[in-house]
Design a protein around this ligand. Structure first.
Ligand SMILES: O=C(O)c1ccccc1NCC(=O)[C@H](O)[C@H](O)COP(=O)(O)O
Length: 271
């Protein structure tokens, strides 16, 4: 019998299933459904994809600026961590959207960070987590998320379809993330979401190369908006992408290590 090596991604996903079971003991599915419905009345979605498209339409890059305190590959990225201040700084620096890590065990994130960041600005926000169950989709809308991330490497085709449709029924956008060709094929077959992320980081090994975007982009239909994710650190990285017609970016570490994250965003993305 072949035993699968527990890579970081497998560990995170295994922990997610435990976490969901723990959470269900505190908040029922029915209560979350009510909270998500309430959020749709009092806190409707801000239009995540639309905000990216608007920036790009105006000739700017569409930047999804990430709020993450720590990561499994790099440890703590930022000691002074006030999500509301970071959100304001990103908005001032020209971000199209925010990405907030809500995973607690591996990224030192929290749902409250999403709530605080969103309340501090007008930008739409993606809940950045490892979503494997309908419960987490409801949770996302109930805390105000405008978009969710679905990582193809964590999901079967059927599950991807179910979660994608559910999120969009709830009024959220969906960013489906792939890293290689089999994942891209699965994403294109099971989701018609507009936003397709190519993660330059292998979530099993941490290997990082911008080449992943260039290798996969040619196989993505032109009605999808490609978001290049991870490993963008310099103006040259941005230029190389934009020269190849990639205009949407998800950036975390480079901003989190800067004293003023929004100023770093402006420095990297202003022509
Ligand atoms: O960042 C990690 O170490 C990591 C490890 C395992 C799973 C996911 C991980 N990160 C999620 C992301 O993909 C990034 O937070 C995001 O794309 C931004 O990347 P970066 O600009 O390199 O911080």
């Amino acid at each position: 019998m072949q035993v699968e090596t527990p890579t970081i991604l497998r560990k995170i996903v295994a922990r997610k299933f435990e976490e969901i079971n723990e959470r269900k003991l505190h908040t029922s599915y029915a209560d979350l459904e009510a909270a998500a419905a309430d959020a749709n009345i009092h806190n409707p979605s801000r239009g995540f994809a639309k905000s990216l498209r608007n920036k790009i339409h105006n000739g700017d890059a569409g930047v999804i600026a990430e709020i993450k305190k720590a990561s499994p590959s790099k440890g703590v990225l930022r000691e002074l961590f006030v999500p509301a201040d970071i959100a304001k700084s990103y908005e001032k620096g020209g971000a199209a959207c925010l990405s907030v890590l809500t995973d607690r065990d591996f990224f030192q994130g929290h749902e409250d960070y999403l709530v605080e960041a969103r309340a501090a600005c007008q930008l739409p926000v993606i809940r950045k987590d490892f979503i494997v169950d309908e419960y987490q989709v409801l949770e996302a809308r109930s805390i105000g998320a405008d978009c969710i991330l679905l990582i193809a490497a964590c999901l079967s085709g059927e599950k991807l379809r179910e979660l994608d449709l559910m999120a969009r029924d709830l009024g959220m956008d969906v960013l489906v993330e792939v890293h290689n060709r089999p994942e891209l094929e699965l994403a294109l077959e099971y989701s018609s979401t507009e936003l397709l992320g190519i993660n330059n980081r292998d979530l099993h090994t941490f290997e990082l190369s911008l080449e992943h975007t260039f290798e996969l982009m040619g196989d993505i239909p032109s009605d999808r908006l490609i978001v290049t994710e991870s490993g963008i650190h310099t103006k040259d990285d941005v230029s190389i992408m934009r020269e190849k017609d990639i205009h949407a970016f998800l950036v975390g570490e480079a901003f989190m290590r800067a004293q003023e994250p929004g100023e770093k965003l402006a420095e990297l993305f202003q022509a």
